[in-house]
Design a binder for this molecule. Sequence first.
Ligand code: GLU
Length: 277
Amino acid sequence: MGHIVTRFAPSPTGRLHLGHAASARLGWQLARAGGGRWLVRIEDIDAARCRDDHEAAILEDLAWLGMTPDGEVLRQSERRAAYSQALDRLRALGVVYPCQCSRADIAAAAHAPHGPDGPLYPGTCRTRPASPDNAAWRLDTARAARLTGPLVFEDAELGRVDVAPSLLGDIVVARRNAGVAYHLAVVVDDAHQGVTDVVRGEDLRASTHPQRLLQALLGLPVPRYRHHALMRGPDGQRLSKRDGAATLASMRDQGVTTKQILTSIDAVIFTDTISVR
Ligand code: GLU
């Protein structure tokens, strides 16, 4: 097994729940098994929703579970220059376009195609170019895919996966005001941190398709991917911050032990694939 670097990349918009703990633990175990490093990256580009006290609490929860990062915590809010360089490169390749559509415009568009996560951007500004002033920037995925040719990624569960470049439509790579958006920041930072194995929930498997496309456009190294099963509540629904899923902190307050948390995680996500490679 080569040198392994994994990362846990929470957004400090709330407290961690069991699902986050699962991603963190699987990445941590994989790094430990390979004599590698486990890194933490705080995904705080959305200044309006991210809070310092959540960040501190996240690190505390991880420490409670026995996981401390191997190296400095990286904050996306400190990486603006790198994102802006990457966006410039995409602009120079002619694969992004400015978009002035509001959420309401997109919701109102007739015949919006659907993707795995809901309606896709209908391409309004791709065919009717908008002013770049204070615009969001979207990736023209069809044009980008013509440049890169066919792509694949390695998925621990599925093996070699053919990339469907437009699976999530023309994704936003830079939000208005923020200068960057999730997919672009992730690929730039995974490369910057030397991540060899991306470990995250299977709800993000679809995101790997446009992210692989961005890696090809930007000439970035390509990690392997491990998308784990989601932790579910007693009602069978996936846990989420929004619906008030029990946080690690509240479980701790109720007397749940670290060992109990780790055992319940391992029962769901641990498969014998951990040591295979
Ligand atoms: N920041 C993302 C989240 O909290 C995870 C991103 C990733 O693992 O690629 O859901």
